[in-house]
Design a protein around this ligand. Structure first.
Ligand code: NAP
Length: 247
């Protein structure tokens, strides 16, 4: 069995996921960089991890596809011997108002953001239970707490992710597996870059810090929850939102 700490980060080809992967760039850490369609960007993440002294491997799968997830984690566990940390970060938006939201927009967001976390967690839980150790960190969102017009699907998925986090935490702590969430506020990434300037200005007025957050600030909270030392913290949500919502 490998001595390296094996960390799987879903949706690590860019944005917050890339920063999380880079946060584990240190000797003794082996980062599995998951992506779905952006192979070149995922390769850049892996190169960034290795440039900082870490070890990275790519793993392509759709987190919402049960067969693909099962096969990918089988491969990861047989190659690397274990999974110590799972970060369920992959996420998408398909914004629309309730009145006009298509069932396909609802399903796509729920499948990736919520079912994806369920499937990946289920795939790692047996190896983690055997090892009697694990850290699972789910990337939720402030809108799972406060809602957002045009994001019924996304906010429902993120609120669901918090419920999933807490139930998993109760099931797994007796095996030394902690399950927590990080709920970012407004972070500038490809997910938010197309927001109209007026909406962006409005949003900034609701953030006491007066600015958007950085991907590194989110990654720092994930890293803290994934640390060995965070053993007595489970079922919690760390809000990284500049004061936008205080849970
Ligand atoms: P992003 O830049 O759009 O990145 C999303 C990542 O998810 C990409 O790496 C993408 O990879 C991957 N992905 C999408 N669908 C996937 C699938 N089915 N299977 C595997 N990977 C998939 O978004 P981000 O802002 O970094 O968001 C990361 C997480 O933070 C998401 O869960 C998001 O909901 C959450 N969040 C973001 C903000 C924000 O303000 N940015 C705020 C709160 C929460 P491919 O291109 O390869 O598919």
């Amino acid at each position: 069995m490998s001595e390296a700490r094996v960390i799987v980060v879903t949706g690590a080809s860019r944005g917050i996921g890339r920063a999380i992967a880079e946060g584990f760039s240190e000797p003794g850490c082996r980062v599995i960089v998951n992506y779905h369609s952006s192979a070149d960007a995922a390769q850049e993440t892996a190169a960034a991890v290795e440039a900082r002294g870490g070890e990275a491997h790519l793993s392509r799968f759709d987190v919402g596809d049960a067969d693909a997830v099962r096969d990918a984690f089988k491969e990861i566990v047989s190659t690397h011997g274990q999974v110590d940390v799972l970060v369920n970060n992959a996420g998408i938006t398909r914004d629309n108002l309730l009145a006009t939201m298509k069932p396909s927009e609802w399903d796509a967001v729920l499948d990736t953001n919520l079912k994806g976390a369920f499937l990946c967690s289920q795939a790692v839980v047996k190896p983690m239970m055997r090892k009697r150790y694990g850290r699972i960190v789910n990337v939720a969102s402030v809108v799972g707490f406060i809602g957002n017009a045009g994001q019924c699907n996304y906010s429902a998925a993120k609120a669901g992710l918090v419920g999933l986090t807490r139930s998993m935490a109760r099931e797994l702590i007796s095996r030394n597996i902690t399950v927590n969430a990080v709920a970012p506020g407004y972070i500038e990434t490809e997910m938010t870059v197309h927001m109209p300037e007026k909406a962006r200005e409005m949003l900034l007025t609701q953030i006491p810090a007066g600015r958007s957050g950085t991907v590194e600030e989110v990654a720092f909270a994930v890293r803290f929850l994934a640390s060995r030392e965070a053993a007595y913290i489970t079922g919690q949500v760390i809000h990284v939102n500049g004061g936008m919502f205080m849970g």
